[in-house]
Design a binder for this molecule. Sequence first.
Ligand code: SAH
Ligand code: SF4
Length: 353
Amino acid sequence: MLKYHSLSGADIASLLEQEKIPAFRGRQLQDWVYSKSAGSFREMNNLPLVLRTRFEELFDLEVPEGVRAERSSDGTCKYVLKLSDGNLIECVYLPYSDRRSVCVSSQVGCPVGCVFCASCENGYVRDLTPGEIVNQLLFVQRENACRVTHVVFMGIGEPLLNLDNVEKAAEIINKEMGISRRRITVSTSGIIKGIRALADKKSEMTLALSLHSPFQEQRETLIPAASANPLPGLTDAADYYFGKTGRRITLEYLLIDGVNDSIKAANALAALAKRLKAHVNLIPYNKVEGKPFRRPPEKKIKSFENALLAQNVQTTRRAERGSAKAAACGQLRYETSSNTKKENDVCFKGSQS
Ligand code: SAH
Ligand code: SF4
């Protein structure tokens, strides 16, 4: 059976042509899947029953099962989804007044192994298929009766180590769901080869680079993959991305108390940001159970931010959303696999729960 959401519109059209199914039926089918977020062929009630049965034979919709959801008072909802092979991933719905964002996972676990991150706690298992990436958005659309407008690859996994599938997913998200590539942000721990490959393809996606330290030695202690992707090569790749695509990158900077929050680090970060014409997004660390890291006190966060602003570096602070308990990437999945239930868990609309 073919995995429906891993196929482009052109793939579907040529398959239906082979099946001698009229093209307008294909458009109805795509509309059910991507606009109405249908989770089964059965519900596509303007299609003849024989056609729905044929589609059931041809395609697997790979609908993930919602196993846990945690909704916060600001509307943010974090989901743990079970894939068809039983693996768990996470995605987060972030509604704002002017947009509806979804943070998606790109892999089951993460091979990068950053010391502060919960996503790699259970190791790396496998890459997600394009369909498994796209299905996270459709799951959120179904649960919240909404249309997603922005996508960020900031869930579990390193998207640039699953680049082909991420790009295929981006193509489907763009062409079938109508979300502009500029509204798709890929966040990377700094995989030089991937950044260069995206630049060569003149990617229109927004690139966010998780820097977390302006010093090579310290970066390596936080992000093991940094030793194979050293800062000089990384900054060259970031320059290259800007040169080829004309798109400014964002430097993400996790603030960890007593680790990377000194004024010396802020000044070095400012110099780098200026060189790259990049914008800086500060992310106060979210506590992960069992890790020895904490967010800095508010006063230190402010001084760090002011040091950047004083040097005219465009700086924002990541809006903190969702409950503090399991706000960081990979945390809810980790807790779920260790089988702990939380009071503010909510029920699913879908029948799978
Ligand atoms: N692998 C990619 C994308 C997923 S992680 C990357 O590392 O960029 C997305 C962002 O969440 C990264 O900037 C990462 O450093 C950050 N992050 C991970 N653990 C966190 C935590 N406990 N608190 C706050 N941010 C965290
Ligand atoms: Fe992987 Fe990103 Fe977590 Fe590092 S921060 S382990 S790259 S998901």
